[in-house]
Ligand binder design. Structure first.
Ligand code: COA
Length: 330
């Protein structure tokens, strides 16, 4: 949809566990190889949290770093949204705990549970709070410890995911032409079981049986998700540009969810978008769910790949199935 949400990114930050797990670390204990993993996914290594690290600490550190980059005090934040499917606890929300850890005022804080789409939906949500005047400055974070819900005995999923957090401070645009020009948000609950965690909710509470049957780990129909992701990513990129009346060659950079390098390349190839205009860091971090877009965004901003006036698209898809995009004039 064509929109006019006058917001800008004031600063970004990331937090990563220090432990690096390479493909060869999996090859030594699962029936897999570095070559298979790299060819099928683009991944070489990922970060995995140590036992003392978890979603709250990573999310808080990423937010603190984004606040410093934005030259903004925690007390100036009017809204906090945390995208996560691996919350610190089932209750309360991780966002409430980050709010307290940062020393924010008693501002609204809520979690966004739309998996890999979490950060993009959080940006779209926060931007509307800012555009409506409800908030002037918002803190948006994607924080995940995917390793805590990944079955490390399942070679089909163990090799894909990593842990990380990335955050951005959004505020009312200071330049008249800056802001979000188009956004799309969608969901198809008919494909809910394409990626899911069978137990731990109201239907299958934790029991000895659910633990023994490994039902607290993420399950995924990789082939179906792959097909969905390629066609949805291409459709979203084209549709979002059309909504804003922007031509493909006017687009400066795409910051996509890092799910699989082949998914990203195939969608860009079908659309005719050169890969030089796409941020890819999956080789070093794997799929970090809601953290993947803000980590890639932070790297692109730090590397000087995003300048004022650029047209940048954030785009993601994931469990639900859900998808979302935001086209931003920086
Ligand atoms: N190492 C070696 N072989 C593996 C393997 C691994 N880590 N994982 C699966 N295989 C095997 C399978 O068992 C299968 O063997 P078979 O042919 O004997 O049955 C074979 O490789 C092909 O499996 P398939 O699932 O068709 O592979 P693929 O090319 O589709 O790649 C994924 C698997 C998971 C990498 C790919 O489907 C994918 O990336 N899907 C999308 C996942 C995603 O993005 N999820 C998050 C969404 S936000």
């Amino acid at each position: 949809m064509k929109v006019h949400w006058p917001v800008e990114i004031a600063g970004t930050g990331v937090a990563l566990p220090s432990r690096v797990v390479t493909n060869n670390d999996f090859a030594s204990r699962l029936e897999t190889t570095d070559e298979w993993i790299h060819q099928r996914t683009g991944i070489r290594e990922r970060r995995i949290a140590e036992p003392h690290e978890s979603t709250l600490g990573l999310g808080t550190a990423a937010c603190a770093s984004a606040l410093r980059a934005a030259n903004t005090e925690a007390s100036e934040i009017d809204l906090l949204i945390c995208g996560t499917i691996t919350p610190e606890h089932t209750l309360p929300t991780t966002s409430c705990q980050i709010q307290a850890a940062l020393g924010c005022r008693h501002i609204p804080a809520f979690d966004q549970v739309s998996a890999c789409t979490g950060f993009v939906w959080s940006v779209a949500t926060a931007a509307q709070y800012i555009a409506s005047g409800f908030a002037k400055t918002a803190l948006v974070v994607g924080a995940e410890c995917m390793s805590r819900i990944t079955d490390m005995e399942d070679r089909g999923t163990a090799i894909l995911f990593g842990d990380a957090a990335g955050a951005a401070v959004l505020r009312k645009a200071t330049h008249p032409d800056s802001g979000i020009l188009a956004a799309r948000m969608g969901a198809d609950g008919g494909q809910a079981l394409a990626i899911w965690v069978p137990a731990g909710g109201a239907k299958e509470p934790a029991s000895t049986r659910t633990v023994n049957e490994r039902l607290h780990y993420l399950r995924m129909n990789g082939r179906e998700v792959y097909k969905f992701a390629v066609s949805k990513m291409q459709e979203l990129m084209k549709g979002t540009l059309d909504d804003a009346g922007v031509k493909l060659d006017e687009l400066s950079l795409v910051v996509p969810h890092q799910s699989n390098q082949r998914i990203i390349e195939s969608a860009c190839d079908k659309l005719g978008l050169p890969t030089s205009k796409v941020v890819v860091n999956i080789d070093r971090f794997g799929n970090t769910s809601a953290a993947s877009v803000p980590v890639a965004l932070h790297e692109a901003m730090s590397a000087g790949r995003i300048r004022r006036g650029d047209l940048v698209m954030l785009i993601a898809f994931g469990a639900g199935l859900t998808w979302g995009s935001v086209l931003l004039r920086v």
